[in-house]
Ligand binder design. Structure first.
Ligand SMILES: [Zn+2]
Length: 305
C-alpha cells in the first residue's frame, strides 16, 4: 500500500505523535478584533485549553512516559506563561504556530516574515531554544512559507497533507522535512462547536471520533506510516474526550511495535536515515503554481456557479 515506508527506530511498525495546537483565545481575537472581549462564554471555552486541559494532558502523558509536540501561537505563550511552564516541565517540545494565529496565506510575504520572526523570538526567549518545527495556523501555508522556513533554519513543517509518510518540501533555495497529517486526524471536524466562531456542527461522541483515529492508526501500523493527530486542548482536553484518549493510548501500547515521539525527534530520525542512505523521501517542489492556472482564463467565474 505504501510505496516508500520509513525504516522506523527499533523495528517499529509505525511512528505516532499526538500533537496539540494550544490556540486558546487567539482565534477569537483574530475573528472578532473589536468585540472578542465582550464574548465572555467563548473566551471561557477557549481559555479552558491553557487553564484546565494543558495541565491535565501533561499529567496524562507523564503517566504513559510519553513526550509530545505542542504548537503555540507566541501570543498565547506571553498570555499564558504558566501553561508554557507546565509543558516544558513535562519535557515536551514547543513548536511555532504563528504569533497570533495569523493566516500566512492572507499576508504579504514581508508581513508573514515579520510575524514569524516575532514569534520565533518569543519561543527562544521563553523556552531557551529556537523553534525546530512549524505548523501554519489553520493549515494556511502560503506560497512564501517554505522560503521562510529555510531562511529561519527550521527542521520540519507539519502543516500539509500530501502523503502518509514524511516527504521533502523543496525549492531552489533549499528543503524542509514535511511531517504530514490530514483532516480526519484533526479534532476540529469531530468536536468544534461555537456560535461565536461560526461552527454549528453537532459534536460527535468521543467514541465516534476515536473510531476514526483508531482506523487511521490500524492502517498506519499495518503499512509503516506516520500517525499525527492535530488536537486542540480546549476540544480534546475536555474530560470525556481525555478518558477516551487514555483508552486509545493504552490500546496502542498493547498492540506494540509503535514508536512514540515528538515531531522534532521524528524529523531528526528522517534526517538520519536520509544521511545514511537507508531511506529516500519523495520530494514535492513548491510552489505548486505561480498563480491561477491559465487554461480557464476569464471563463473561470462562470463555470462553477
Ligand atoms: Zn491553531
Amino acid at each position: 500500500m505504501l510505496q516508500n515506508p520509513v525504516p522506523w527506530p527499533q523495528g517499529a511498525r509505525c511512528a505516532v505523535a499526538f500533537t496539540f495546537d494550544m490556540d486558546a483565545d487567539s482565534i477569537l481575537h483574530l475573528a472578532h478584533h473589536t468585540s472578542a472581549d465582550t464574548r465572555v462564554a467563548a473566551l471561557s471555552m477557549l481559555r479552558y485549553g491553557p487553564e484546565v486541559a494543558v495541565p491535565r494532558l501533561v499529567d496524562l502523558y507523564a503517566q504513559f512516559g510519553m513526550r509530545q509536540t505542542f504548537f503555540l501561537p507566541a501570543w498565547c505563550m506571553e498570555r499564558y506563561p504558566a501553561a508554557v511552564e507546565v509543558i516544558l516541565k513535562g519535557g515536551h517540545e514547543i513548536a511555532h504556530h504563528g504569533y497570533l494565529h495569523e493566516h500566512p496565506n492572507a499576508c504579504e510575504p514581508e508581513e508573514e516574515a515579520s510575524w514569524f520572526r516575532r514569534a520565533s523570538e518569543v519561543i527562544a526567549r521563553m523556552t531557551g531554544q529556537r523553534p525546530r518545527g512549524f505548523r501554519a495556523p489553520s493549515y494556511r501555508f502560503s506560497r512564501s512559507t517554505l522560503d521562510l522556513l529555510i531562511q529561519e533554519g527550521l527542521r520540519y513543517d507539519a502543516s500539509l497533507m500530501g502523503d502518509d509518510v514524511p516527504y521533502l518540501l523543496a525549492n531552489d533555495r533549499g528543503q524542509v522535512i514535511e511531517l504530514p497529517t490530514h483532516y480526519a486526524m484533526d479534532d476540529w471536524p469531530h468536536f468544534m462547536a461555537s456560535r461565536d466562531l461560526g461552527y454549528l456542527m453537532p459534536p460527535k461522541s468521543p467514541q465516534q471520533a476515536m473510531e476514526v483515529y483508531q482506523a487511521e492508526f490500524e492502517a498506519m501500523w499495518e503499512y509503516g506510516g506516520l500517525w499525527i493527530a492535530v488536537w486542540h486542548p480546549f476540544l480534546s482536553g475536555r474530560l470525556a474526550r481525555c478518558v477516551m484518549m487514555a483508552r486509545l493510548i493504552e490500546s496502542m501500547h498493547r498492540k506494540g511495535q509503535v514508536w512514540f515521539a515528538p515531531l522534532e525527534e521524528i524529523a531528526a530520525h528522517v534526517q538520519r536515515v536520509m544521511a545514511e542512505g537507508t531511506w529516500t523521501p519523495r520530494i514535492d517542489r513548491l510552489p505548486y503554481y505561480d498563480g491561477p492556472i491559465p487554461e480557464l482564463g476569464l471563463a473561470a467565474p462562470t463555470l462553477a456557479r
